[in-house]
Design a protein around this ligand. Structure first.
Ligand SMILES: [Ca+2]
Ligand SMILES: [Ca+2]
Length: 223
């Protein structure tokens, strides 16, 4: 870098190519015992509500109690606008309080891109976590019973723009939903630290860099 101006331009280029956070939910702003309203709808307040003392971020999370219904859900009320020009990265953390039988756990993480609910991820039995891509077929993780509870397990799912964008579903918004199932006592779950980001694809990041390089050449020629 030959001048502060060039350094500044390079810095701007790098920041333009980094992720943009579209949505976060850490359940910190709600009163424990309450529904996380108006952002979310839950199965029912007695069995699915905000609690304090269990968290992967801050001090609160959403508790899926082991109740008579044995199933619970958290559903986003308002669609989240999703921009063009990047892949979507959705991350969240889940923990189990006790051993989970093989049919129980995260029965599905789902997204509605405006064209119907799609199941993105199923993780029954032991929570296995996931870091990879979803391109339209359900990701099914190993379904083996766990012998004990777990700490918070992190999931990160990338949804390529080729799937939801103009060349695919042509979606401009999305809503998320988590469903859990339990078949015996004390199979309870906590959800926390939901983050949705838009991350420029390598091709768009490269295009930004190329554009910046052209700009730098232009500036240098003017000197
Ligand atoms: Ca939290
Ligand atoms: Ca599993």
């Amino acid at each position: 870098m030959k001048s502060p101006l060039l350094s500044l331009l390079f810095g701007l280029t790098v920041s333009q190519a980094s992720a943009v956070v579209l949505f976060t939910e850490s359940f910190e702003t709600y009163t424990p015992g309450n529904i996380p309203s108006p952002t979310w709808t839950v199965y029912n307040q007695a069995q699915t509500h905000v609690v304090t003392g269990e968290a992967s971020e801050g001090s609160q999370s959403l508790w899926f109690n082991d109740g008579a219904a044995k199933f619970h859900y958290l559903r986003q009320n308002n669609a989240l606008a999703i921009p063009a020009g990047g892949d979507l990265v959705i991350s969240f953390d889940i923990k189990a309080t006790s051993a989970s039988q093989s049919p129980d756990g995260l029965s599905s993480f789902q997204i509605d891109f405006g064209s119907g609910i799609q199941t993105v991820l199923v993780d029954l039995g032991a929570f296995d976590g996931y870091d990879g891509s979803y391109s339209g077929s359900t990701i099914t993780l190993p379904n083996t019973p766990s012998t004990s509870g777990s700490s918070f397990i992190s999931y990160s799912i990338t949804i390529p723009e080729t799937y939801f964008g103009t060349s695919g579903l042509n979606a401009t918004e999305m809503t998320m939903r988590w469903n859990t199932v339990s078949s015996s006592g004390y199979e309870e779950f906590y959800l926390d630290n939901i983050v949705v980001s838009s991350v420029p694809e390598p091709s768009s990041a490269a295009a930004v860099l190329a554009l910046a390089a052209t700009g730098l050449l232009f500036l240098r020629r003017r000197k």
